[in-house]
Design a protein around this ligand. Structure first.
Ligand code: PHE
Length: 340
């Protein structure tokens, strides 16, 4: 073989070994096969050789070398691509010896838990459960609950009206009407659900909150039944040592109406910041169902009496768990939600 070409083989092979990246490879390729590359030059020089035999032999040797160079450049490119890949893997190296991050497991919201607890207490006492509609009509939310359109008590319910007759229910009491219209006494039911009022939002008020309505109608139902039931409920939800206090209150759909307080869950009645140093916390409203309500649903007022009560789920959850801001329930703050 021509010495020159032999030398070219050697230097090409050692260049190949020194390649560090694709730029080096490209430089090498151009130096060999480019327009002014060593091989191109060699091929050009062929024409100056006069001896046909010599020209033929040298030509073949140059072309063999050219083929060798081309094949090795392709191989080198593949190797460099693989190297690139390996080094990128190395950069994103996963240390399997590191301890893992524990995924957090979702839990039931504390508000839902309290709602379920209240429901299960009444269920265990024989109350049925019926959810109503969040969008109510004027009749069920007000009219049939002894609040005709001119009644001043409507002002206490800052109502979101959707149309002249549709509104976001301001309380769950409308479900008393729907259920009593459907079912004849004896009836005992509770109705949990979302309600809405145009309240300014602060630590104690939310425009949307949750209530649980309860009522019972039968022959000879007295106020004592209501008192006994609510006392039992308070002991179950807040603890056995809880006492209750009833004070007169006004709701158009009950007569007499009461407001029930339970001994403060924090100070047990001693007086503290939570209860405003009174020892008592207002929990719910209730009373004996007004005869006008019975008239609306077609119950015989001479035959039946009944009681009704309604409570805010947020309020009970806040008191039970010492939550001081109602907005915490809705903000989905993971640290808050994780506590329970
Ligand atoms: N619906 C009343 C309210 O939202 C609560 C209540 C229910 C009072 C039933 C008496 C009887 O404030």
């Amino acid at each position: 073989m021509n010495d020159d070409i032999l030398g070219m083989y050697d230097s090409f092979k050692s260049s190949l070994l020194e390649l560090k990246n694709k730029e080096d490879l490209e430089t090498l390729r151009v130096s060999m096969l480019g327009r002014k590359g060593a091989i191109t030059e060699k091929l050009k020089n062929l024409s100056s050789i006069e001896d046909i035999e010599e020209k033929k032999v040298l030509g073949k040797e140059i072309n063999d070398f050219k083929k060798f160079v081309e094949e090795n450049i392709v191989l080198a490119r593949t190797n460099l691509t693989e190297l690139d890949f390996l080094s990128s893997v190395e950069k994103s190296y996963i240390d399997i010896t590191l301890s893992g991050r524990r995924p957090s497991i979702a839990a039931i919201n504390i508000l839902t838990k309290v709602e379920e607890e209240i429901i299960s207490i009444f269920r265990s006492l024989g109350f049925g459960v019926a959810e109503g509609f969040e969008l109510e009509d004027d009749y069920h939310n007000f009219e049939a609950l002894n609040m005709p359109y001119y009644h001043p008590a409507r002002d206490n319910h800052d109502t979101f009206f959707v149309s002249s007759d549709r509104l976001i229910r301001t309380h769950t009491s409308g479900m008393q009407i729907r259920l009593m219209k459907d079912i004849n006494p004896p009836i005992a039911a509770i109705s949990p659900g979302k309600v809405g009022r145009r309240d300014a939002i602060d630590a104690k008020h939310s425009a949307v909150f949750h209530q649980i309505e309860g009522f019972l109608v039968d022959k000879d139902v007295s106020f004592n039944h209501l008192k006994g039931l609510l006392e039992l409920f308070c002991k179950r939800i807040f603890g056995n040592s809880t006492k209750i206090r009833l004070r007169p209150d006004f709701f158009p759909f009950v007569e007499p109406g009461v407001d029930l307080s339970a001994t403060c869950v924090v100070c047990k009645g001693e007086g503290c910041k939570t209860c405003g140093y009174e020892g008592w916390l207002e929990i719910l409203g209730g009373g004996m169902i007004h005869p006008n309500v019975f008239e609306h649903v077609g119950y015989d007022t001479n035959k039946y009496t009944g009681f009704a009560f309604g409570m805010g789920v947020e309020r009970i959850a806040m008191l039970k768990y010492g939550i001081t801001d109602i907005r915490m329930f809705y903000e989905n703050d993971i640290d808050f939600l994780k506590q329970w």
